[in-house]
Design a protein around this ligand. Sequence first.
Ligand code: SF4
Ligand code: MG
Length: 334
Amino acid sequence: RQLSKSFPITKGMWGRTVGHVKAVESVDLQIKQGQTVGLVGESGCGKSTLGRCILRAHEPTSGEILYRRADGRVVDLAPLTERQLRPYRTDIRMVFQDPFSSLNPRMTLAEIVGEPLRVNKVVKESEVEDRVATLLTRVGLRPEYLRRYPNAFSGGERQRVGLARALALDPRLVVADEAVSALDVSVRAQILNLMRDLQTDENLTYLFISHDLGMVEYMADEVVVMYVGHVVETGPTAELYRRPHHPYTEALLSAVPNPDPNAAKRRERIVLRGEVADPSDVPSGCPFRTRCAYAQELCETEVPSLREIAPGRRVACHFSEELGLRGIEDLGAA
Ligand code: SF4
Ligand code: MG
């Protein structure tokens, strides 16, 4: 709730602070238990920073991270000390983007997947290997792989190892940051399907961070669209894809490739003018106005607040009701 994170920009050998990058700016979002929230936006929009703040891998500058525990109590994770955070560290885990650099090449799978079990002392040392073998089976790898090193495996297999490591502590929320983006297209679907199966079996909740709207459509129940640190639109996936209410969402949807090979025409692509706004120098008024084809005078002076325009639909645009934006089907039939 109202979560913000800014990084100082420093200059010179004394590290004088000359400005701030507002990576995440007053973000409100909700992730319901057992659901997948897809967090989308171009690279540099603050998605990863937001994910890391939720894990407290980054310290939020302000705001709350309200976490409903299994016993129903709600705790704000933002102000907790490292020691106070410890019990929650096992509940919220991360799957990283790059299955090549996120696994230590000098460690065996038994060591990699067993590490969180050892660090958090959740099972006796004598039981770690059995647990790891079970975890490997759960992600579709053979338990005999225990003694092998990451370089013996393909990208898809390594990401399975990454998932096994994330699941080792029976988490409730998994933050997956571009978890399959580095993989070959041919193995992406396998890993996404595995993630979906694991979600059902383990009652997992996902924050699925991706720049790929096609994957988000496949994975997410709810979508949150970010632009330079701001949430600009949220809603249930199917509805948001059918009828976007923010010009930025409309443009992102227009770039999703049409999966139907028989489609008469390609999707009409909306090319955004200019570059992504600089998060250290966000424009006045609407942060999207420098690229928005619909911008009007008001957009220069007034920041649009994220307002609820229909049950479950929120948008930060002054004119969304009047624009008649096109969804993925309208764009496809262009
Ligand atoms: Fe475009 Fe104005 Fe809406 Fe911002 S508020 S998205 S500039 S129309
Ligand atoms: Mg990122």
